[in-house]
Design a protein around this ligand. Structure first.
Ligand SMILES: Cc1cc2nc3c(=O)[nH]c(=O)nc-3n(C[C@H](O)[C@H](O)[C@H](O)COP(=O)(O)O)c2cc1C
Length: 279
């Protein structure tokens, strides 16, 4: 083990003008961009498309101004529609495009090389119409030739049922908010998807991708009157065991707890606090 593994990582994954290696990825060995739990019960999610007349969300800049890490959640569950929008805004499909083999999809958050190395899991504590337990987000459906299709997209695969509140809070260094949250989002990286093209530098990119997804999620929460808190303090092995992933080919890298805040948003926090240059 190096003395400073973090510093070592930064240094060893740096790009330098004088030592760039040519690397043409082998298209025949490109890892699949979608993970499926084919034997899991699949639960369709409500259409996340915002119906603004029925649900007037605050404007984007108000959401930015109101976003704070919320760690205190009330007893009221979040709705399935709210969960659907959180999933869509962070990991869902926003555009399709044509490939030589059919169609594929762009998703809400940016990702290095359109390789989408992250998988989204949700520990459900209190969500209307969903049994508590562990779910995996099915981004797209697949046709019989295993090509991605819109049918069957944006749904949840039910991996475990039962009360996981103590387990998830314990795995998150005993952060109680993970037990009190309506749901806890967990993002894993399937490293090979990105390593295929970027080799060791991929390990930087998966974390940057996760930051984008978490940012989308935090603003989608505020837009719906929900609160969220990013969580990177967790026992990796315990979270990986809960998810049933090996931590090597696929491992947890980031989480976010989300729920109905027990206190109203601090509306004193607004754009007026932004420093402006003197006129
Ligand atoms: C990468 C990252 C990891 C974090 N991990 C935790 C965590 O494990 N527990 C926690 O309570 N807050 C965590 N936070 C939230 C920060 O403490 C919070 O963003 C910071 O105090 C600024 O407050 P704000 O989010 O309200 O602006 C994390 C934030 C980031 C960006």
């Amino acid at each position: 083990m190096p003395e400073h593994p973090g510093r070592d990582f930064q240094e060893k994954t740096s790009y330098r003008r004088d030592s760039m290696e040519e690397h043409e990825p082998d298209w025949r060995s490109k890892p699949p961009l979608y993970k499926f739990y084919n034997h899991a019960p699949v639960i369709g999610l409500p259409d996340p498309a915002p119906a603004l007349d029925e649900y007037p969300a605050p404007d984007f800049f108000t959401c930015v101004a109101r976003r704070r890490s919320v760690r205190s959640f009330g007893a009221t569950p979040i709705s399935l529609l709210e969960l659907s929008r959180l999933l869509w805004a962070s990991a869902g499909i926003t555009m399709s495009y044509i490939t030589p083999h059919g169609q594929d999809f762009y998703r809400a958050a940016p990702t290095a090389g359109a390789l989408y190395p992250l998988e989204t899991y949700v520990v459900v504590n209190k969500v209307e119409e969903l049994e508590p337990g562990l779910y995996h987000y099915r981004v797209a459906g697949l046709d019989i030739l295993e090509r991605p299709i819109a049918e069957g997209s944006h749904s949840l695969e039910q991996l475990k049922t039962g009360d996981l509140r103590s387990e998830i809070a314990a795995a998150a260094l005993d952060q109680l908010m993970c037990a009190k949250a309506g749901a806890v989002f967990l993002w894993t990286a399937v490293f090979a998807r990105s390593v295929w093209k970027y080799k060791d530098r991929a390990y930087r990119y998966v974390y940057l991708d996760a930051g984008h997804m978490a940012a989308h999620l935090s603003l989608a929460a505020v837009a719906q009157g929900l609160g969220s808190c990013p969580v990177a303090a967790f026992y990796d092995d315990e979270v990986n065991a809960l998810l049933g992933v090996d931590g090597d080919s696929e491992g947890v890298i980031y989480m976010t707890a989300v729920g109905r805040p027990s206190r109203p948003f601090n509306t004193r926090t607004d754009l007026r606090h932004t420093a402006r240059p003197k006129e």
